[in-house]
Design a protein around this ligand. Structure first.
Ligand code: SAH
Length: 221
């Protein structure tokens, strides 16, 4: 192996990323091959601030500024798997953060519409997604509790902050669409998946988890 090859190989973090997928995802029961392939591909280190790059593939959430976090890698894979995306969906994400989950979703569906309430994080995600050359994600800075009515209906809605669902989300979901979110209060959440049916809603509960809180209103920080 030449020195140049080994340096560029190290900089792309291929090995830690492969280990992350094997040890944190496959070993814990993630089975959707499309999700596994995308987690092997998306450069998570490009979504964290430079002092944290060496920890980008560790089994934990990391700070992204403004008291918010990039979710633990396993949780990103698990939530993505629970959406059961086939490739032709239009997905609404509430809580863009640094844009990592947005990047993962964008490779598994037709288009992602992502809403972030904190202006500086919205700008950070915009920059990260441009560097990762992802063109099928649309971002806005707004209160995600309002959904994104201009682009509704969505085939799936994923919420990456913990709290309780806004009624507008179910309204903006297509029939047979899926809403996935960490539900609960005081940092004690459980993943819930709701499927909108023609005459009601089907509901399933999954992993216990802890997310940063879903908050109301836009923040100009
Ligand atoms: N998916 C993100 C996770 C970020 S943490 C990532 O991979 O980095 C959750 C994010 O939800 C935070 O950035 C927080 O500011 C945002 N958030 C909380 N309440 C919100 C709301 N009402 N509308 C939009 N974003 C919200």
């Amino acid at each position: 192996m030449t020195l140049a090859y080994s340096i560029s190989h190290n900089l792309t973090f291929d090995r830690p990323r492969k280990r992350m997928v094997d040890e944190q995802m496959i070993a814990r029961g993630v089975t959707d091959q499309r999700v596994i392939d995308v987690m092997r591909l998306v450069p998570r280190h490009m979504f964290v601030d430079s002092p944290l790059v060496s920890r980008a593939y560790h089994d934990c959430s990391l700070p992204i500024g403004e008291g918010q976090t990039i979710s633990q890698p396993y949780m990103v894979a698990r939530m993505t798997e629970l959406l059961q995306l086939k490739g032709d969906e239009r997905v609404l994400e509430i809580g863009t953060g640094c844009g990592y989950q947005t990047a993962v979703l964008s490779r598994l569906c037709k288009r992602v519409y992502s809403v972030e309430r904190i202006h500086s994080l919205h700008m950070k995600a915009r920059n990260n997604l441009r560097r990762a050359r992802l063109a099928n994600a649309m971002l806005t800075c707004a209160d995600g509790l309002l959904g994104w009515p201009e682009y509704a209906p969505f085939d799936a809605i994923i919420v990456t902050a913990g709290g309780f669902a806004s009624d507008l989300w179910l309204e903006q979901l297509a029939v047979y669409g899926t809403l996935l979110m960490p539900e609960g209060s005081h940092g004690q959440h459980r993943l819930v998946r709701r499927r909108k049916l023609a005459d009601g809603v089907e509901e399933e509960y999954f992993d216990a988890c802890t997310f940063v809180p879903l908050l109301e209103g836009e923040s100009h920080r």
